[in-house]
Design a protein around this ligand. Structure first.
Ligand code: NAD
Length: 328
């Protein structure tokens, strides 16, 4: 099959492309604007494959999208492209509105035009998979509460509000026009090639550079963590076996306070390169609108598709720390 991947030079998209090239026979076209978050090196092991093509494009560019879709003739579209960093969304919300909302709308329109012209067999087999986040459900304060796919949307930041908007558009294009969509909402990913503005790579790099490891507020915000390769396995299962029009939550069931994550990283680093990294921890003012806890219930994907993470949290965190030590 032909997989059109948007944002495939980013952290999760590039891991998805490596999976598709190395573990399947599918062909891939990656369309990516190459923002600051893109890392071309993340694809160096597959970029020479005859089954891989790249096109530098903004998903807001209607004309280019239409031409690309028409000539590549995708069977599957997996939509990863987004502005993805909450802190940046607080300082510059406009780029989030443009890419995450207008970009998703533009892509939906161009894909719908293409899909409507397919013959009935290709029309039925086609999928538009939108990759989204647990942050759309907002803050979950009670420790025993977990969000299911039916929980209400209560986004708090410009980032999560823009992703929630995109989710609503994708559902609407299914209900209104019949486009065969699937949505997944996942918790925090980590692993190699993540841009070092996110908690885990930023902590590792600041620690080894002997710079302050800044912690928002008291550091007690709880997040769930999933190794990126486990996320990608879940996405492939959902896009090939999931039910049209459905949403699937994906998570690792690894809930930790941000401060606990930072302390674990300091402990792993101390094993590899002895030093007192914890003395670099510096508490700073909390960021506005900071959610206290996200937590997902993954019974649907487990029950329907039999997915579970293969990696343990500690061993994948250890591998990730090692990767940053060897690559920076
Ligand atoms: P990322 O920031 O690492 O990569 C995003 C990619 O999209 C980059 O390569 C960038 O160049 C590209 N891009 C940005 N704007 C574009 C535009 N207008 N047109 C074309 N390409 C554009 O993001 P990521 O961490 O790989 O996340 C991928 C998707 O998964 C996002 O939609 C994000 O919301 C979602 N998600 C991420 C996480 C996480 O923990 N990283 C968790 C859940 C969901």
């Amino acid at each position: 099959m032909n997989f059109l991947i948007t944002g495939g030079t980013g952290f999760i998209g590039s891991t998805m492309i490596k999976f598709l090239i190395n573990q399947t026979n599918h062909s891939v076209l990656n369309i990516d604007k190459l923002t600051y978050a893109a890392n071309i090196d993340s694809l160096k092991t597959v970029s020479n494959s005859p089954r891989y093509q790249f096109c530098q494009t903004d998903i807001c560019n209607q004309t280019e999208l239409a031409t690309i879709i028409k000539s590549f003739r995708p069977d599957i579209v997996m939509h990863f492209a987004a502005e993805s960093h909450v802190d940046r969304s607080i300082n510059t919300p406009e780029t989030f509105i443009k890419t995450n909302i207008i970009g998703t709308y533009t892509l939906l329109e161009m894909v719908l035009n293409y899909w409507q012209q397919l013959d009935s067999i290709h029309k039925e087999a086609f999928r538009f998979h939108h990759i989204s986040t647990d942050e759309v459900y907002g803050d979950i304060e009670h420790p025993n509460d977990f969000c299911t796919e039916l929980s209400p949307y209560r986004p708090s930041s410009p980032y999560s509000a823009s992703k929630a908007s995109a989710d609503h558009l994708v559902r609407a294009w299914h209900r209104t026009y019949g486009l065969p969509v699937i949505i997944t909402n996942c918790t925090n990913n980590f692993g190699p090639y993540q841009y070092p503005e996110k908690l885990i790579p930023l902590t590792i790099l600041n620690a080894i550079r002997n710079m302050p490891i800044e912690v928002y507020g008291d550091g007690k915000q709880i997040r769930d963590w999933l190794y990126v390769e486990d996320h990608v396995r879940a996405l492939y299962l959902v896009v090939t076996k999931g039910r049209i029009g459905e949403t699937y939550n994906i998570c690792g069931n690894n809930q930790y306070q941000n401060l606990e994550i930072i302390q674990m990283i300091c402990d792993i680093l101390a094993l590899k390169r002895p030093g007192d990294y914890k003395q670099l921890i510096t508490f700073i003012n909390d960021r506005p609108g900071h959610d206290v806890r996200y937590a997902l219930d993954r019974s649907k994907i487990e029950g329907e598709l039999g997915w579970k993470p293969l990696e343990s949290f500690y061993s994948s965190l250890y591998k990730t720390v090692n990767w940053y030590l060897n690559n920076y």
